[in-house]
Design a protein around this ligand. Sequence first.
Ligand SMILES: NC(=O)c1ccc[n+]([C@@H]2O[C@H](COP(=O)([O-])OP(=O)(O)OC[C@H]3O[C@@H](n4cnc5c(N)ncnc54)[C@H](OP(=O)(O)O)[C@@H]3O)[C@@H](O)[C@H]2O)c1
Length: 273
Amino acid sequence: MSKTFAVIGDPIDHSLSPNIHSAAFRELNLENSYIAYRIPKGELSEGIESLKKIKIAGFNVTIPHKVEMMKYLDKMDESCSVIGAVNTVTNTEGILKGYNTDMDGFLDPFKKKEIKIQDTKILLLGAGGAARAIVAGVAKVKAKHITIANRTLQNANNLTQFANKIGLDANAITIENVGDDLKDYDIIVNATSIGLKNEPSPISLESIKPETIVYDIVYMPMNTDFLKKAKGKGAKIIYGYEMLLGQAVRAFEIWHGIEAPYNAMKKALLGGV
Ligand SMILES: NC(=O)c1ccc[n+]([C@@H]2O[C@H](COP(=O)([O-])OP(=O)(O)OC[C@H]3O[C@@H](n4cnc5c(N)ncnc54)[C@H](OP(=O)(O)O)[C@@H]3O)[C@@H](O)[C@H]2O)c1
């Protein structure tokens, strides 16, 4: 029987998820569909009722509903309860179960490239929802220390407390105080929204070591100024689209219980690059 899936959020027109999941359906000859459904802030309850009426099989959740959606879940996977936000939901006869696949999505490129996070020192820029999933991820694989740098220090402090609570050594600073000496960091991640509008890199990467891993979770544009600067210093790069693919693959596997066609999904995203 064909099933319908969706991504909900606002704005939603530019979401890449319908392309990625539709490519997977085509590759595996599944007669399912995946739609983008705009639900404005404040209308989540009605939106979910409509999805239940059409017997939606599952849906992704994006800005601004990732936290509020928690209220409407009947069950929660640990990934979702630890992070406190949901991006993937299954619907089994009206019972909604939430997952957070951003954490595994973030870790996926490290696994694929066989890069170890264990015992590394990390600089994380940003303290929003995605940063929280990243902190949970690197705590799970036993990073040594994380410095959380954010525009609003209070948000960095809150995330530091969360890191400590789940067993990860952490400290908080403002982005301006990151400084010019980054040799101490093995991994540097941008999890702010800086770059989405082609803004310059939030920090100078002049002092990084060539073996540093520099990861920008912003995926549009693909080549942010942050990554261009890192490439200029010979660093190893991880692109935001790799996390986007990782979270989509994990969502696919939760919904369908079969291995996701990674290459077909990647091709849909990059247009065969
Ligand atoms: N690749 C993927 O799969 C993936 C997955 C999830 C998210 N993302 C991307 O990650 C980014 C963050 O998403 P999110 O869900 O964490 O958003 P969020 O919860 O709204 O957090 C936004 C973060 O960016 C910071 N920020 C925003 N504008 C800034 C500015 N002008 N200067 C300095 N800092 C600024 C905020 O700092 P304050 O605390 O000071 O406000 C906060 O730390 C978005 O671009 C999103 O598209 C990518």
